[in-house]
Design a protein around this ligand. Structure first.
Ligand code: GLN
Length: 197
């Protein structure tokens, strides 16, 4: 399986490791490519949109012509895992002129709004499709404040959605790539089978 990590900015190496681990657990190997230019995404089977700084990621994927290729990838029904800033970039509306959101996940988000009193926090979060809770790391996390009809909420914290699925895209406001546990990567790319943590 060829996995493209959008690598214009953000925590790229962690996603590369996590998708390799998830593939290995399923008896597959992942060839991971870092995407900084157009022309690479069309050859990828799955995509990862890392956390980082959504204004920067948005600006660069549009400038480099990667944005329309991500749209085509999703239109073809191919899987994407988007985390934190990645979720913001793929959302319908990020309420920030500096983010030209792609509208591939039908949610609106409020950047940096989750847990405003504390920049970062961690929580054990039950996730639909996983038998055991997931240790979720939140860093200046976006608050999902509106969820469209076709969107499935997979996890909540304080009644707020923190993991959603919209067609082939699984998006989280936390950072599953920052722990050793690759079950969220499993859910995104191997939705049929759960592998033990
Ligand atoms: N709040 C950041 C943004 O708006 C995202 C933070 C993150 O990815 N950890 O880009």
């Amino acid at each position: 399986m060829k996995a493209g990590v959008i690598a214009v900015q953000g925590d790229v190496a962690e996603h590369a490791e996590a998708v390799r681990r998830a593939a290995t657990a399923h008896g597959e190997s992942a060839e991971v490519v870092e995407v900084r230019d157009s022309g690479i995404v069309p050859d990828c089977d799955v995509l990862l949109m890392p956390g980082g700084e959504s204004t920067t990621i948005s600006r660069l994927i549009h400038r480099e012509g990667i944005a329309p290729e991500i749209r085509e990838h999703v239109a073809a029904g191919k899987p994407v895992l988007a985390t934190c800033a990645g979720l913001i970039v793929l959302s319908r509306d990020a309420k920030d002129d500096r983010v030209d959101a792609l509208g591939l996940v039908d949610v609106s988000v409020d950047r940096n709004a989750f847990g405003r009193q504390k920049d970062s926090f961690e929580a054990k979060v039950p996730i639909e499709g996983l038998s055991e809770p997931f240790h979720a790391v939140f860093i200046r996390a976006p608050l999902i404040d509106d969820v469209g009809e076709g969107v499935e909420t997979l996890a909540t914290v304080d009644d707020r959605p923190v993991a959603v699925r919209d067609g082939p895209v699984l998006a989280t406001s936390f950072h599953p790539e920052l722990t050793e546990d690759s079950r969220v990567h499993d859910l995104a790319f191997f939705p049929e089978s759960e592998v033990e943590a």
